[in-house]
Structure formats: C-alpha cells, structure tokens
Ligand binder design. Sequence first.
Ligand code: NA7
Length: 560
Amino acid sequence: MSNPQMSDSQAKNPSAARASSNQQTFAGRGVYDAIIVGAGFSGLYQLHCLRDKLGLTAVVLEAGDGVGVTWYWNRYPGARCDSESHTYCYYFNDDLLTQWQWSERYPGQAEILKYLNFCADKLDLRRDIRLNQRVNLAVWDAAAESWQVETAAGLQLTSRFLITAVGCLSSANMPDIEGASSFDGAIYHTGEWPHQAVEFSGKSVVVIGTGSTGIQAIPVIAQQADNLVVLQRTPNFSVPARNAPLADGFHQTFTQNIDLWRQKMQLSRHGHPWVAPPRNLHETPEDERNAILEAGWQAGGLGFRESFCDVLLDSRSNDIMSDFIRAKIRDIVDDPATAEMLVPYDHPFGTKRPPIDTDYFETYNRDNVGLVDIRDNPINRIEASGVCLEDGTHIAADIIVFATGFDAMTGALLKMGIVGRDRLTLADAWAEGPQTYLGLAIHGFPNLLTITGPGSPSVLTNMPRAIEQHIDWITTLLARAKAQSITLVEAELSAMQDWTNHVTAVANDTLLPRAGHSWYLGANVPGKPRVFMPYCKGLDVFRAHCEQVAADGYPGFSFC
Ligand code: NA7
C-alpha cells in the first residue's frame, strides 16, 4: 500500500522547507534535533528529556488543540483509567508527585487531562508544542540524513530524529456500516467524543461494543437515557473497579513513601504496584482459592487477575478464574436469559484486555436497558430512524454510540505517511504485520524511534511506567549520539526479525493468543494482519533486556 498523499516528486525530493530558526543542532544539519509527534504522556516527557536534560532542539507536533492525546480524545461518559491514580502519573520528578493530588482511586478522563496540562505548565513545555498540527507525511531524506515532516495544516519541518509519541489506542476503529449517513440522529465514536456535553436525557440510545470502553460508558449512559439498547457481538469478562474517593491523608502517606511505590512498580511485570504471589490457582485447595478469589473480587481492579501467578499460563487455572467470574455475572444479573447472554464463552479471562467496571452487569437490571446479541444476527444497515439487523429487527435510536475500539498500536503510526530509506513506506514494511526491534526502532527507517511501539510491553502495562522506560532509554541513546556526533541510528534487519519472532514466541507460551478476536492480535480491524503485537514477558524483563543492550554497546543497532 502506498501513501496516497505522496507524489513521486515528494518522495524523491520532499518539499519540506527548513524552518527559519536560530536553533542549534548537535550534528550541525537539520533544523531540529528531534520532532516528537504527539503531546500526551509520552510526548511531554520526551520533550522534557531532550530539551531540558540533553539541551537538544525539539518540537512537539500535536493533532489536537490541546495536550493529552488519548485523554484529549476519549471524553466519552464514564471514561476513566484502569490503573490506580497515584501510579498513573510521572515518577521521574518527585515535585510533580507531591504537588499533584488525585481525588479518586482511579483517575477520570477530565482529571488526567488536567494533570497533563499541569505537567506541561510546570515543565514549561508549551513553548515547544505546536497544536493543530496533524502529521500526514514524514519522509526520510538520505542525502540530508534527516526527516522531512509535513502536517495537514501545511507546516513543514526538518529534524535529525523523528520520535512518535502517538499513543497505542488513539486511532478510532469505525465500522463501515451501510446507511450510516442516512441516520437522522447523532452518531458518535467514543474515541472521538465531542468536547461539548452530549444530551442523552429523553433519548433512545444504541451502544455498539462491549469492550473496556463500552463497559465504562454503558452504566453512565443508562442513568441518563430514556432507553438504552446494547448491541453485543462478544460477551466480555469484567471485574468491579471499586472506585471511591481517596481517603483523607492518602496523599500525605503516599508522598512519604514515593520510593517504595517506585520500587514496587519496578519489580512488577505490568508496572502496577503488585506482584502475583508464587501460587498456582489449580493447585490451591478449593476452599482456599475461593476465599482468595472472593477477596480479590471485593478489593476490585486489575489486581484480581494477579491473585495467582499462572492464570495466563495454565488453562486449568484460567478455567477456574473464568468460572468464578461467570458465576458472579449469573448472580448479579436478575434475568437468567440476559445473564446467559452476558456470560463469556469464547476466550479465557485476561486474554482480551480485562475491563474493570462500575455497576456494568448491574446496569442490565434496569428497566430502561436492553441487550441484543448480534453475534449471529449482525447489523445489516443503519436507517434514518435506527439500526437494522440481518433478520430485519429494527432498533429505534436517536443516538448511536460506537464503542468499537481502535486500530490499536499500528493505526496511528500508519496514518502518519512515514516513508523510510529507498522510499519504503511503513505501510509496505508492515504489510505482513508490524516488525520492530525492542518496539522502538524499525530497519529501513533510520533515526525513527517509536515510543511504546508494537513489540514493546506497552498496552500490557500501567502505561506511564512503560512510557518512562522507553523514553529514558531513548534519551540515553540520543545522549550518546550527541556525545559521539552520531548522525544515523538504525535497527539491523536481523535484530528486528529476531525480536519480532521472540515477541511472537513468548506470546505463544501463554494463553494470550487464544482470544482470536482480540485487538492485541489486530483481529478487530478487517484486513489487519494477525500478529500478537505487545511484548508479554513483562516490563521488568523488558527493562533489564533494554539496559543490557545499552550496556553492551547497542548490539542490533548500526550507527554512523
Ligand atoms: P475494544 O476492546 O476493541 O472493544 C470494542 C468492542 O466493539 C468489542 O465488544 C467488539 O466486539 C465491538 N465491535 C467492534 N467492531 C464491531 C462491529 N463492526 N460490530 C459490532 N461490534 C463491534 O475497544 P475499547 O474501546 O472498548 O477498548 C480499547 C482499549 O481502550 C481498552 O482495552 C483499554 O486499554 C482502553 P468483539 O469483541 O470484537 O466481537
């Protein structure tokens, strides 16, 4: 697939003009040392590291008209992070940790956005962020050893390094359904939610999708709408979040123990402050394991899965945990037929991203909420007055909400029109699925670094921990480049292939690939190659490996 926006002449000789600037560059060529794409958790910290720690010239290009990326776009009702507040933030700076006080166990979207704006101000980052600049072309200029970058708004900039900080879940997956344009009401995608409030009261609403997003949005919409119908293709496991305001004194105790929290997260596979105890579920006596599972259910959150260490490794253990959740669903949902529709049957618990919820299953006990199984009776078309299923059933709607997820991990990168050495487009390079070295470098694309790219732990972790790890590593690499006047850094082909094979092999040692329709595999987007994209062996293992690569002089990278 070639980039439709790129002409031959652009590819051979990109027209990107060098911006007039008096900024200095470490290698003496190119206007900026680095262009960073995206002003979310990754882009803000990367800018701080390059500009304020290394003294490089860097600029952030951001598509939105504010910072935040994932948390800028995902404003849907109920949007909330699944990581706990005091862990879902930067840890590189104790001042930020002490000065910002979270209000609830899990941070809501608005609070996270406020936090990121607070950080942008505290670190004085805004002067190097250009808003409303969606990158749609980035071409490697071999002669100039630099990236020529163009935005949809017409900005043209040149840089030695191009660093993507676009988020793993920022490219909305909108199904192409016949007749959508004829709908008389409003259609929304949760990942591109309007900035003004959407009025649900007095309305008939259809929600499509029961992933993490749908599971968060459905209970909130149900409280406001006249009538809500959920169209479910696949029933999903979910565990109660048990969100609550943080206790008085929590922040003070937390700030007295920052190092302890930091250490806990460093030791963890997922970057959360807990480690699964070394006990196998299926080998634990029934009374004991039931008590442990019940305690985990009552505590709520992602820690439930970590009550035992083998849930994603041994199907005997996974079956027990999955059955425990199935029993909870049957217990919570009053109508047995509805309960059976909600009981997951086609994937082991945790092999799709495990949602956590606030009254999700309870919501189906409301009189104004209905559930329709569309697995064998899919949406046929959208009409002026609602949604029509294959069997002719018509569901009236004033509002249709697509909670249908994202073109995860690769979508935002492929939309940027990246063209590497010898006019190789990223889309062509990844035609059979993404290939990276350590999730952050791609052979054929010199000086391109992809924060939390496919092949890194990313979406399997508490994201800020994975982001800080990748950025610290990139910063060390660029410090070396600066010190040694290195102008080219590129992953070697064999290193990239070996790493990609390793990512697949370690996934195949687990139950994770068994959810055939998971977005981890790219299976949610029609035509997307099926490759297990995140690195699943753990952020702790990954961090140690990356540190070893640096200590050994960066084997797998070529420099010149
Ligand atoms: P997900 O987890 O990809 O969920 C999307 C949901 O939408 C899921 O239930 C899908 O069913 C459903 N879906 C997708 N396409 C269709 C079509 N064409 N028709 C009907 N139903 C469809 O996305 P989320 O936004 O919920 O969560 C993404 C991540 O964001 C989440 O994991 C957190 O990390 C934050 P399926 O299961 O594919 O049958």
